[in-house]
Design a protein around this ligand. Sequence first.
Ligand SMILES: [Zn+2]
Length: 284
Amino acid sequence: MRLKGNFQSAFFLFASVLISTLSYGQSCGTVVTPASLQAQQSFMPGYFGCEQINTLNREFQMTVHIVEDSLGNTGYDESQLEDALALLNEMFSPIGFSFRICEVRRIEDFQFQDYRSAEDRENLLGMYYQVNTINVYLVNSIIADSGIEAAGLGTFPGGSDTVWITKETMNGQVYTLPHEMGHFFGLYHTFETEVGGPELVDGSNCETAGDLVCDTEASPTDDPDDFEDCNYIGNPATDSNGDFYVPPANNIMSYVPAECRCRFTPQQYNRMIEQYLQFRTNLW
Ligand SMILES: [Zn+2]
């Protein structure tokens, strides 16, 4: 039980909540906890300035847990798992990361169909968790620690090996899985400011601010309505230098509409490799 206790406290410390705006279904927000920041900042990344995408061939095993409702229904079309997995593998193939679903489990306990609190999460993980695999939980609803209803939730490196997505989101919105997996391997949103404040347009503080990635443009917005036809159409905004933002309109870790989310940048890929090597080598 010691393992379980350590695991739960580690999860509590490092859990971060990645939220989606349900009306759009393709957005996700994050709460970066102080503990997760401490872990991230104690690790000095070496990916800055590296334009070449590194490769680290790894196959990760996933356990997909689908929570049943009170009538014993899952509310999820399992045939879509194949599409979600295919997209996930495609997006991570440049760094040699591949994913395999080794087991799909049904959780016959409807008390867990709604994820409402950290307590729910810890109770669920205490009972339904497969070590050394990426545990993907499909649930009816998610209330993030911030109190906001979410469509997805991931855990940064240093925490448990878990990703949470609502069934509604997974039904037809398979692009959410690569986004959450980006967080799982240590990526922040492109508009993140909790880490070191806003990133400047000229990139001069990109190693310590924003998303800690220098080849993603600084972004002032988390509103999908600020994009049309994969172009930024929001109100012109400037940073503290007076430079106008030209936010990324196609990045997986941004809040652009789903059809525009088609890429990770080289530094995002390299950061994920480094975060894996630092924090998640228990996975194979
Ligand atoms: Zn997110």
